[in-house]
Design a binder for this molecule. Structure first.
Ligand code: UTP
Length: 292
């Protein structure tokens, strides 16, 4: 099997950002632990990765993020109490959310130097194999898990993948943008990539949504990547370099994307995910109708 088609077993979840857009909520609580309905945002993303077949979760954490590690561990007192009170359903649900023994790794990004740097911090744990990368604050709400679609495309063609979705033309300067061979195709070759293009210069309106499948050669490029947009070490800049040597494909996600690191994205995600739920959806719908 060629190196660019090796099975994807590991996912990197960078959770070391400061979450400045969500202060003061994120002063002591990591933004990834804010809840969308009754699950922390990061749990929703781990759910997506597990549904796509990921077996090992690598969290790149930082200061004040220890609670994320605790969340993905057993909580003996709680489990014993649920058990002694015969709350079997609750206990089973809690345990079902946990990755198995040895299926998580945690490493630290000592300073938040940018997404590219956070990914580079995972290099030794990922090793010499392709991996998935999921930005835990970006919730992808659709019929099939976004990463699953990407894994299916990868299984056919190998290479590198980036999930994309259209944004209004006047907002392209706020995002990482790709140009593609065929904007109408679900999977298409990427021809160009640019982080936050100046207004009026974007090659398309397809923005990078926060899900990737990358070959391990990205790490060597990140190691020497100079700072880019916003003074941060940008993943996009190293992906542009890798694109000179390896194919990159865009997978258009057909669903809604919520940036839970922004207040409006977070609130919308809560409404949409709650409306999906059989236990509270109908009541919430009635309450919202009454309110509006
Ligand atoms: P964001 O761009 O949302 O940055 O990062 P942020 O710092 O967390 O949030 P704001 O803009 O200050 O509100 C996208 C993802 O990359 C991670 C974040 O944790 C988030 O999941 N990240 C970002 C890191 O792990 N390290 C960094 O240096 C930057």
């Amino acid at each position: 099997m060629s190196a660019q088609k090796k099975r994807i077993r590991k996912a990197v979840l960078p959770v070391a950002g400061l979450g400045t857009r969500f202060l003061p909520a994120t002063k002591a609580v990591p933004k990834e632990m804010l809840t969308v309905v009754d699950r922390p945002v990061v749990q929703h993303v781990v759910d997506e990765a597990r549904a796509a077949g990921i077996e090992h979760f690598i969290f790149v954490t930082g200061r004040n993020k220890g609670v994320i590690e605790d969340h993905f561990d057993n909580q003996f007192e709680l489990e014993a109490t649920l058990s002694s009170r015969n709350k079997t359903k609750e206990l089973e649900a809690l345990l079902a959310d946990l990755p198995g023994a040895g299926q998580t790794s945690f490493t630290r990004q000592q300073a938040p130097l940018g997404l590219g740097h956070a990914v580079w911090c995972a290099r030794d744990i990922v090793g010499d194999e392709p991996f998935a990368l999921l930005l835990p604050d970006m919730l992808h709400h659709g019929k099939t898990p976004c990463l699953k679609d990407m894994m299916d495309a990868y299984a056919e063609r190998g290479g590198n993948y980036i999930a994309v979705s259209p944004v209004p033309e006047d907002q392209t300067h706020q995002y990482g943008i790709v140009g593609v061979e065929d904007a109408k195709a679900k999977v298409s070759g990427i021809t160009q990539m640019i982080e936050k293009p100046p207004k009026g210069t974007a090659p398309s309106n397809l923005h990078i949504t926060g899900r990737y499948i990358l070959q391990p050669e990205i790490f060597g490029l990140l190691a020497t990547q100079e700072r880019g947009a916003g003074g941060e070490i940008q993943l996009t800049d190293s992906m542009i370099k890798l694109m000179a040597a390896q194919p990159f494909h865009a997978v258009t996600f057909d669903g809604e994307i919520y940036d839970t690191g922004s207040k409006i994205g977070f609130l919308m995600a809560n409404v949409v995910y709650a409306l999906d739920r059989e236990d509270i959806g109908p009541q919430l719908k009635a309450e919202l109708k009454r309110l509006l």
